[in-house]
Design a protein around this ligand. Sequence first.
Ligand code: CTP
Length: 454
Amino acid sequence: MKKVITYGTFDLFHEGHYNLLKRAKALGDYLIVGVTTEYYDLQRGKLNVVDSIVDRIENVKKTGLADEIIVEDHEGQKQEDIQKMNVDVFTVGSDWIGVFDYLKELCEVIYLERTPEISSSILRAHKYPIVQMGMIGSGRIAPRFLAEAKYVSGVNVRAVYNPNEKSARKFGRIHEVEPYFGSFADFLSEVDAIYIASPHETHYEYARMAIEAGRHVLCEKPLTFTVREARDLYELAKERGVVLMEGIKTAYCPGFIQMMNVAKSGRIGEVRDVEACFSRITAPELREMRDWEFGGAFLEFGSYTLLPIFKLFGSQYESVEFDSILAENGVDLYTKIHFRYKDGLALSKTGIGVKSEGQLVIAGTKGYILAESPWWLTKSFVVRYEDPGRIERYSPKFLGDGLRYEIADFVSKINGGNRMGYCLTQEESVAMAGVVERFMENRVHRAGHLAAAQ
Ligand code: CTP
């Protein structure tokens, strides 16, 4: 019996898939079809798959062509399957020519002619019109956002807004996006969704105006400075039927999600302590260092360090205490925040003028998780136990600088999917605004003391 194997995502099952399976089946007597998991697709950069794996398997099954359907979930699996299942022929479409030649040492490799002018990507684009996005702000993060958005299908960044005409024009020229600087309403009328990457203190107002105009909003952290403002925005978004998402990129990275799930799985017992640190020595001329009111270490990096704390312990802490080292101008150079929960403790450390080990330690009753810097991109983490010889290592794949996962999640939510709604819940985002609010109150108080002392 001649065994043939083929693999694919088979999203929005189409004629090209059917033809491929039919021709694959004709190459032998028994056809095995591997369907990729969502996790594996994410890992290999396919970020906008629409159908669930159950639907995709069901659609392959319905063709009646597959004698066996298996799930493909990791790199290197093809070699394993071919050997384990005594496969004679491996086949895929001609878009992959050459890519799988390395399998020739295990079996025959055949590239079948691809059906022209049809693909899942084309269907996705038809099903969901391309989301036209505009960016507010043309600072350091804006070019990174543009570059990362290119890896996400279904979205196009077409305009940039900056009230400063010169900056808007300069950015528009360099990055080939249309610059807007005058009327904000004109800018909004050109796009379906906006990404807010302007100075922190402008987030709320821009987000509110955009939501009121019926635009979806992806807003850089921190979303707002008060709980009331955060709640207002989420309520308004619900009322207007648009997506509002806080852009804490770590929350959307597959590796971080996996690490949180391992922590919650009981593997390290009950979680009792979370310590998260993020520091970057920052040049004195930069906004973070100069702006005592809206700059500083905590407002810059605190969303990252609060994230694992709220993910693992929730937002109902019993007490919170802030401590900062302030610069002469009142900017916090280093901030420690202690949380006490009913059954646990947590510490957030952020620095722009103090350098520390940027690690995340999640301590439990049976063991602990250690993620080294840059844990906020989560490319690896280890689980360790009392027995120092017992170490479990995880190396999740991570593509680009992480923003693409956040953008993909945003686009998928706009298109009605809520697949990853758990990445950052509204409750978590509002709870973070609560910490920001208390921090700001605290800082105003401390800065008052500072001024009085001078
Ligand atoms: N295929 C084909 N003809 C097409 C589209 C796909 O023969 N018009 C083949 C691919 O070469 C692959 C299999 O079908 O062997 C599964 O492909 P998959 O990646 O799931 O589908 P695509 O439509 O290519 O998906 P995408 O647009 O997301 O890349």
